[in-house]
Design a protein around this ligand. Structure first.
Ligand code: FAD
Length: 390
């Protein structure tokens, strides 16, 4: 019997865990290296849509994710008083702003982690510091880590998120800032919080969002235009914004999980080189403005393992993986022109125009345009076949 091929996956979030799951099912010996000291459970609402639903099904995880559902029932845009201006369209496929499978990122990642068999090794508090690809140690990739370990593998999967350091050692990518910062955090739930995603727009390019969760708390987000990329004092940036802004600002001061993201798309001419492949946000971050990043990450783990199972030449397999994923990513990364101005009005006039437009955009003939704000990671191509070997 030949020894199983070894895969080293760096990054223990949705992309890395999905890759670990599917590579293991197709016979690889898998180690996951995660930089943080423990499993990261943080993060706010993400959704599973489009072709990722099929991958989730094939993992037997649909019911686990459904039972971890945040309970969100729809999305409304509200005014200063909290009154509904417009309800975003829900449609039968569950692909409105609120999807059928809404889950907290940490619950999603944990469901995949729990599906991993014990033979998949999860190593925390360590990270790659050097990669050698000359094959001189007998396997195509040798990695040195900051703890002093040396690991050899047939495949290195870099799934370290948008600011991946191992990617930056090996690939040239073009990060494109979108000029928007989002701050996510958990705040105490109050009796008037309901089961809808409430979305408030204020002048000077500021949004405030409140969303329900299934943990007895409320998930808040501040999203604002930010051309220079410096994170401002949020009290200054939100002065006079109105609605429930002060509650969110107070809540974030008490919260220990505020996650700040200067939205940056990653564009890379290629996602693979030799026996190294980039996966998830490290390869193609679409940002929450594009949407669907977690669904893409989940799907990518499956497509990678299927491509490698189908083709023994690693470079050819990684090429097939990339060919399958590219159209999905390109579609999501291409934003309709003017969307930032529309979504983040700066002036009272702009805000009034946005409110008027919402009524038109959510009306039946143009609803598909609105739905473009909540892209799905969908594909016209069927998922590649994958026969699990264990
Ligand atoms: C704690 C956390 C909270 C998040 N919250 C939100 C949110 O509220 N809303 C939202 O839209 N998206 C959020 N995201 C991003 C979201 O998970 C991703 O956009 C999407 O799911 C794609 O996931 P990914 O696995 O490619 O990357 P990520 O989810 O970013 O995961 C990357 C993983 O790699 C690890 N890592 C980074 N560098 C290294 C390294 N050098 N070596 C080893 N490991 C490394 C990170 O610790 C992380 O676990 C969050 C991510 C994290 C990690």
């Amino acid at each position: 019997m030949t020894a199983p091929r070894r895969a080293l996956v760096t990054g223990g979030s949705i992309a890395g865990l999905s890759a670990a799951y599917w590579l293991d099912r197709t016979g690889w010996d898998v180690t996951v290296l995660e930089r943080s000291a423990g499993f990261r459970t943080g993060g706010q609402n993400v959704d599973v849509r489009g072709v990722a639903r099929e991958v989730l099904d094939r993992m037997g995880l649909t019911e686990a994710i459904r039972s971890a559902n945040t309970g969100e029932t729809g999305t409304v845009i509200v005014d200063e008083q909290g009154d509904t201006i417009v309800r975003l369209p829900d449609d039968d496929s569950g692909e409105g702003a609120t999807a059928e499978l809404e889950v907290l990122r940490g619950d999603f990642a944990d469901a995949i982690r729990q599906a991993l068999p014990d033979r998949v090794r999860l190593v925390f508090d360590d990270a790659v510091i050097a990669v050698d690809e000359d094959g001189s140690d007998g396997r195509p990739v040798t990695v040195r880590t900051r703890s002093g370990a040396t690991l050899q593998a047939e495949l290195l999967v870099v799934a370290e998120g948008v600011r991946s350091s191992t990617r930056d050692l090996l690939f040239t990518v073009e990060p494109r800032r979108l000029g928007i910062t989002m701050e996510f955090g958990t705040i105490p739930r109050i009796p008037s919080d309901d089961d809808t995603w409430r979305w408030y727009n204020a002048v000077e390019g500021r949004q405030v969002h409140l969303r329900p969760d299934n943990h007895g708390t409320t998930r808040a987000m501040l999203a604002y235009t930010n051309d220079d990329g410096e994170v401002p004092d949020r009290r200054d940036r939100y002065a006079g914004a109105g609605w429930q802004t002060d509650r969110v600002l107070d809540g974030f001061e008490q919260s220990d999980d505020v996650y700040v993201d200067d939205l940056t798309q990653i564009h890379a001419p290629s996602w693979h080189r030799g026996s190294v492949v980039l996966l998830g946000d490290a390869a193609w971050c679409v940002t929450p403005m594009g949407g669907g990043g977690s669904s893409l990450a989940l799907t990518a783990g499956y497509v990678l393992a299927a491509s490698l199972a189908d083709e023994s030449d690693t470079t050819a397999a990684l090429g097939a993986f990339e060919a399958w994923m590219r159209p999905l990513v390109d579609r999501i990364q291409t934003m309709p022109s003017g969307i930032k101005h529309f979504a983040y009005p700066q002036t009272k006039l702009g805000l009034a125009a946005q409110r008027a437009a919402h009524h038109v955009l959510t009306s039946r003939p143009v609803a598909p345009l609105m739905a473009r704000l909540t892209h799905t990671a969908d594909s016209d191509q069927p998922l590649p076949a994958l026969e699990p070997t264990r």
